[in-house]
Design a protein around this ligand. Structure first.
Ligand code: GDP
Length: 411
């Protein structure tokens, strides 16, 4: 079994079968306790219905509320090969918000399309977001094949339409699989009802994906959260990427001052190193000025980029539109700076992918824009596709009105 988790998002138009497929994946991999299955079956029986896999999700949702078995929006299951985490997003705004704020970082996606309805608005919006976030391990599941009698023609025509759309946004799906989430065809088992399809099941397709490179092999980025003056001065923060080691030479950004890590401090421990995702404290050899919002990097690494101006893709998700040059707060890891969007290169309707008039100087709700951002103070940023933890940001003070990623080779 591979270590770690493969995280993936489940996306698609409302009612196309996300919850049902999640319920089915959990059921088919034996991830739901037997009593729970019995209970759900009992509820369905008493309602005179067949077993509804969507109910599994409703059930989990209840427990989620009480904080018993599952974390907020993450659902766990495993195959023989590895552990999985499904990131379930109710809508594309939540999806984007989660992914951009780092609440969830997906290495793969299942895009689900109802075979009886075909490609719809949210199918396109969600696909667009996957593309923007550089998720390139994508399974398209054409669901509800039972409704169209498992016919090949309808499947082929949806496949063609979708592939045309996805090509425009640089997504090449790894697999396009006809399924019935309700009846369980081609989720965990191959079925005789689809003799014309000889590709993998959804689980086989997932198992063929690779896990994201562990950020431990990437350059060090330590985001400073706070500095405490006890008998010794402790710099508290989070290792966003790379490895922090005792004795290592470090550079504090944006001041560029250098020192060495004297010790790494954890509760009742002083470890030799700290891995990505760890919130720890450190002490330094020299007493430099360090403050919240500083980013600490390895002194031998010059890959960092400190700037007051950069190009980004943003996704506006607030009813109030943005007017060019309006000051707004930008937050990236623990860094907070005032900024302005000083130029809009293009604006795209995230659903139709239509290029909108960008001379208006306004970005409206649900529009994606390719922009140049100017900050009041220097900020340290990375290309989103290289170090997503420091390559993504949000705009807005109390309310997040937009999410963005620092643009490298994205669309
Ligand atoms: P979501 O909004 O994407 O989460 O969609 P749901 O999973 O709630 O499914 C919406 C409706 O479609 C429910 O009534 C499901 O029972 C139904 N449904 C889901 N998958 C299938 C399927 O494979 N076949 C059929 N016939 N119905 C399905």
């Amino acid at each position: 079994m591979d270590e770690g988790y493969l995280k993936f998002v489940m996306v698609g138009h409302v009612d196309h079968g996300k919850s049902t497929l999640i319920g089915r994946l959990l059921y088919d991999t034996g991830s739901i306790p037997k009593e729970k299955v019995r209970e759900i079956r009992h509820i369905c029986d008493s309602l005179g219905k067949e077993m509804e896999f969507g109910y599994v999700m409703d059930h989990l949702e209840e427990e989620r509320g009480q904080g018993i078995t599952i974390e907020t929006t993450q659902i766990f299951f495993k195959t023989k090969k590895r552990n999985y985490v499904i990131i379930d997003a109710p809508g594309h705004v939540e999806l984007l918000k989660n992914m951009l704020t780092g609440a969830s970082q997906a290495g793969a996606a299942i895009l689900i399309v109802d075979a009886s309805e075909g490609v719809r608005e949210q199918t396109k919006r969600h696909a667009y977001i996957l593309s923007m976030l550089g998720i390139n391990q994508v399974i398209v599941a054409i669901n509800k094949m039972d409704i169209i009698n498992f016919e090949r023609e309808t499947f082929d025509s949806i496949k063609t339409e979708l592939l045309n759309f996805l090509k425009n946004i640089n997504i090449t799906p790894s697999y396009i699989i006809p399924i019935s989430a309700k009846e369980g065809d081609f989720i965990a088992i191959k079925s005789q009802k689809l003799p014309w399809y000889n590709g993998p099941t959804v689980l086989e397709a997932l198992d063929s994906f690779v896990q994201k490179e562990r950020p431990v092999n990437k350059p060090l980025r330590f985001a400073v959260q706070d500095v405490y003056n006890f008998d010794k001065r402790i710099v508290a923060g989070r290792v966003e990427s790379g490895l922090l080691k005792k004795g290592q030479s470090i550079t504090v950004l944006p001041s560029r001052e250098q020192t060495k890590v004297k010790s790494i401090e954890e509760f009742l421990k002083t470890p030799e190193k700290a891995e990505p995702g760890k919130s720890i404290g450190l002490t330094t050899e020299d007493k430099l000025f360090i403050d919240r919002g500083n980013i600490i990097v390895n002194s031998s690494d010059s890959s960092f980029n400190i700037t007051k101006s950069f190009r980004a893709n943003i996704f506006w998700m607030d009813k109030t539109p943005y007017k060019l040059d309006t000051p707004i707060l930008l937050r990236c890891a623990t860094q907070e700076v005032m900024c302005r969007i000083e130029s809009i290169i293009k604006i795209i309707d995230s659903s139709t992918l239509e290029l909108l008039d960008n001379n208006t100087g306004i970005i409206k709700n649900r529009e994606a824009a390719d922009v140049i951002i100017k900050t009041d103070k220097e900020i340290m940023i990375d290309d989103f596709l290289e170090i997503p933890e420091i390559g993504r940001f949000v705009l807005g003070k109390e309310v997040t009105v937009a999410g963005g990623i620092v643009k490298g080779k994205t669309i």
